[in-house]
Design a protein around this ligand. Structure first.
Ligand code: WTA
Length: 677
């Protein structure tokens, strides 16, 4: 109750002067009352350490009661569920809130509109500096309904897939929510992927409709999205393309297929009855990289995902009603789905949409935004922190950051230097850092210094604690559970969580092969971890052939597949190497066919261009070594460990190479590497 009073009081204080001047004091009062009502409805986000401990224990000992109660108190149900969970870690089955009926957009919009229609849902921090646009919950609901009605008119039905290839914008959020309104499955593709990558995702998801924009804007650079879509569609059969006019650029519009989104919306009603969806109906597909094969469409379902995103958002970021919360991720990644859109909106928060880049117009962009928008929680990627710290403290210190309460990081390990800069300089040693470990597949944050951070001193670069319901398990190579503290192993999860991926779209076998068959009874994350002497979790990095470039997950096999298509190339092997800013860079070892006369430099340039056009510029190898051969075992397996050591400038760590078919190749590779530097 005291918090309720404090919030009301702060709000009163902030608005009183303005209200008296404009004679709108009664509106201020009603806003306070509606905030108070919201607070009573959802409960506090800042919990005491004892309470957290009790909740965590209950979440493991009696998950049915724990999740059941939260699902009933935090979500609006069209029809109550009959069973909390029917999950089995042995078969990779996750079913939550069975036979319940729910609509995600209704939970993210209508219920907040009923309470406080003018509350700000989104603040769009546009690419152009010093411009932001506020969108209220009522406006967002109306736009969502209009898009939903357009989609219906274009023939989209419950269960159909809609591809969204758009810049970060309120209209993109409305498009995602519009899909959920009518029960369509969205497949958002990051608007930095190439035409080839986009067409593969459109085809795999079976999308018959694509929503895009004329152009994107990032750091004042125009990105021709519609052109890319046109190119992608040469290989797809799509009925309609809806084009949002972000810049107003002149783009090619194919008669009968392409329509301007806002023109189509203008004739539609601002109401659309939400479709009752089964808890377990698919909500969205999101493609992510694995260690083998093509990217996989990770599929999430309705109620469990929403509850998990909502609860993690609330407790990890200590989100309180009235806070301005900014996650600067792109909506094209899972972080954007869970912590720009679904988690915050389900909580009725004000969520900032960041369209720009951290260095535009200068490296003070984030902190200028924090001051101007009065941001309370800031959630970003270590790669940006590493980049910004190079520019010095002045770009941070000239802006007021006193509103900040919690800082978060995600997507890759944060090194200690970056952690300290974030904690000491950005947060002025006052803001706890939530170093959040999770994955596209988990739907939401799994390990993070949540709640007990107030009583346990923070540990740099350490996600520390499992979230409610999470049972982290460390296994040795043979799959034996490692008990006790001070142990390192393969990170697995031993319990089902409501937000876990349900399958890989169209490929249940691959889903089981990748996550559930390697260590029966557990979900295998692909990461390694250490449980330190005090029982806190540290992530040691991927243990498979996935690398993390600027916080973006990339399968080395994907890059190899592209380069293998070059006529001069015999064989390739791609590994990650430590990169000061990007976390990891892409390093390619390439062997050529006999009798190639083309210059090595030309081949390298062509390979880079191929990767750019097949995947996207973030995947382009910065280092390419034309190698005499690849180190292989006698059975023909490439010894990537050796390639990683050389790429990391640590040839002395190569160790035993006696199992190689031809060990002379190692010396040549080391010599070649030195020439590249
Ligand atoms: C890595 C992003 C260390 C990890 C939400 C994981 C991290 C992969 C952290 C998932 C962290 C994510 N510390 N590593 N705090 N967070 N990772 O699917 O390797 O894009 O498996 O999801 O990123 O990447 P994804």
């Amino acid at each position: 109750m005291s918090m309720l009073i404090r919030i009301s009081r702060d709000l009163m204080k902030n608005n009183l002067q303005h209200a008296v001047k404009n004679n709108t004091w009664y509106q201020t009062k009603s806003r306070c009352l509606s905030i108070a009502a919201a607070l009573q409805h959802y409960g506090p986000s800042v919990l005491g350490a004892d309470q957290i401990k009790k909740m965590y224990e209950q979440s493991l000992s009696d998950p049915e009661t724990f999740w059941g109660e939260h699902a009933r108190s935090k979500l609006n149900w069209i029809k109550d569920f009959e069973q909390v969970s029917n999950s089995d870690m042995n078969t990779g089955k996750h079913e939550w809130f069975l036979n319940g009926k729910i609509n995600v957009s209704e939970n993210c919009l209508d219920r907040h509109v009923a309470r406080d229609p003018d509350a700000t849902a989104l603040i769009w921090e546009k690419d152009e500096p010093n411009t932001h646009v506020k969108v209220s919950y009522k406006e967002l609901l109306e736009k969502t309904c209009q898009v939903a009605n357009v989609l219906k008119r274009k023939g989209v039905q419950k269960g159909d897939t809609v591809c969204i290839y758009m810049p970060v914008s309120p209209i993109a959020v409305a498009c995602m929510l519009a899909c959920t309104r009518i029960g369509a499955i969205h497949s958002v593709v990051f608007a930095g992927f190439s035409a080839e990558a986009l067409s593969a995702r459109i085809n795999d998801g079976g999308s018959k409709i694509v929503i895009t924009a004329d152009e994107g804007l990032r750091g004042s650079k125009r990105i021709s999205l519609k052109n890319t879509v046109d190119k992608a569609l040469e290989n797809c059969s799509v009925d309609n393309v809806l084009v949002y006019q972000r810049t107003g650029a002149d783009v090619h519009m194919q008669h009968g297929r392409d329509f301007y989104l806002e023109e189509e919306m203008s004739s539609e009603s601002v109401e659309c009855v939400p479709e009752p969806m089964d808890s377990e109906d698919p909500l969205f597909i999101l493609y992510t990289s694995g260690s083998t094969g093509k990217p996989k469409g990770v599929q999430h379902s309705q109620a469990g995902y929403l509850l998990y995103a909502m609860m993690t958002h609330k407790y990890v970021f200590k989100y309180e009603v009235g806070d301005i919360y900014a996650c600067v991720a792109d909506i094209g990644w899972i972080t954007g789905h869970s912590y720009v859109v679904y988690g915050p909106l389900a909580n009725g928060a004000t969520s900032v949409l960041f369209e720009s880049v951290p260095t535009y117009p200068d490296p003070g962009r984030y902190w200028e935004m924090v001051e101007r928008l009065k941001v309370n929680q800031f959630y970003g990627a270590p790669t940006a922190i590493r980049l910004l710290l190079k520019f010095g403290n002045e770009f941070v210190e000239k802006y007021d950051r006193d509103t900040l309460k919690v800082l978060g990081t995600v997507g890759e390990p944060i090194n200690e230097e970056a952690w300290h800069w974030y904690y000491d300089i950005v947060g002025q040693k006052k803001c706890p850092i939530s170093d959040t470990w999770w994955q596209t597949e988990t739907g939401g944050i799994v390990i993070s210094p949540v709640p007990e951070q107030d009583v346990v001193p923070p540990k740099p670069a350490c996600p520390m604690f499992p979230f409610f319901g999470v049972k982290p398990i460390l296994l040795d190579e043979e799959g034996k559970e490692l008990h006790g503290n001070d142990v390192s192993g393969l990170l697995c999860l031993g319990s089902s969580l409501p937000g876990m991926a349900r399958t890989i779209h169209g490929d249940q076998e691959r889903f089981l092969d990748v996550y559930y068959r390697p260590y029966p009874g557990y979900y295998f994350t692909g990461d390694g971890a250490r449980r330190d002497a005090e029982g806190h979790y540290h992530i040691t990095g991927r243990v498979d052939d996935v690398i993390n470039v600027k916080g973006v997950r990339l399968g080395t096999a994907e890059v190899e597949d592209v380069m293998d298509n070059h006529d001069a190339v015999a064989e390739t092997a791609v590994v990650g190497y430590p990169h000061e800013i990007k976390g990891q860079g892409v390093y390619a070892y390439v062997t050529l066919k006999e009798g190639i006369s083309e210059s090595e430099e030309d081949i390298k340039k062509e390979l880079q261009a191929m990767v750019k056009s097949s995947i996207g510029s973030f995947a382009v190898p910065e280092m390419i070594q034309i190698a005499p051969g690849l180190p292989k075992t006698r059975s023909g397996k490439i010894m990537r460990r050796i390639l990683r050591c050389v790429a990391a400038n640590k040839p002395e760590d190569v160790g035993d190479i006696s199992t190689l078919a031809d060990d002379s190749v190692v010396e040549e590779i080391i010599a070649n590497h030195e020439k590249l530097l």
